[in-house]
Design a protein around this ligand. Sequence first.
Ligand SMILES: Cc1cc2nc3c(=O)[nH]c(=O)nc-3n(C[C@H](O)[C@H](O)[C@H](O)COP(=O)(O)OP(=O)(O)OC[C@H]3O[C@@H](n4cnc5c(N)ncnc54)[C@H](O)[C@@H]3O)c2cc1C
Length: 159
Amino acid sequence: MREMRRKDRQVTDPERIREIIAACGCCRLGLCDGGRAYIVPLDFGFTEREGRYTFYFHSAGEGRKIDLIREAGWASFEMDTGHETVPDDVACEYTARYQCVMGGGPAALLETAEEKRAGLEAIMAHIAGAGLWDFDRVMLDRTQVIRLEAEELTCKVHP
Ligand SMILES: Cc1cc2nc3c(=O)[nH]c(=O)nc-3n(C[C@H](O)[C@H](O)[C@H](O)COP(=O)(O)OP(=O)(O)OC[C@H]3O[C@@H](n4cnc5c(N)ncnc54)[C@H](O)[C@@H]3O)c2cc1C
């Protein structure tokens, strides 16, 4: 993986990375479509074990992203939060604060009801907080749940 040029902005503290991921509201998946990029914003959920992140997304059963994930089995991702413009009297001195996480990894469409339920629970935990959610079988059958295992993950903050 290519190294970050601005090492002073790279975040490696696992707790800080987790906080930033938890604060992000939307994750953009980057998919390859015949040599061209296709970027699609999605709500997401995640689990983390010893610094390894697994991201979950839900979707209708069909569509461009589903075709591309099925085809490539890989997705890149980006999420950010805290974007804020810092103005200045000089145009070139304008800057922006942000907190951002990027990476990529194998992406799969989950098949069993058990796997889908676990993915949807992670999404609900992220968007609605801890709780017990019920997912009925019919809904599980027609919902596509995507799992992305982040093999690459970097975090950059402009304070
Ligand atoms: C903040 C946010 C959160 C979202 N969360 C979810 C989610 O959790 N699950 C989910 O399934 N969808 C979500 N969406 C919608 C998502 O971005 C896609 O529109 C949707 O998933 C369909 O994607 P697809 O690849 O199947 O597109 P298709 O329906 O196959 O679309 C084909 C074409 O439509 C156009 N298109 C598709 N989506 C968009 C878009 N968002 N904006 C502009 N043009 C578009 C593109 O040109 C694309 O090539 C979210 C959108 C936003 C903005």
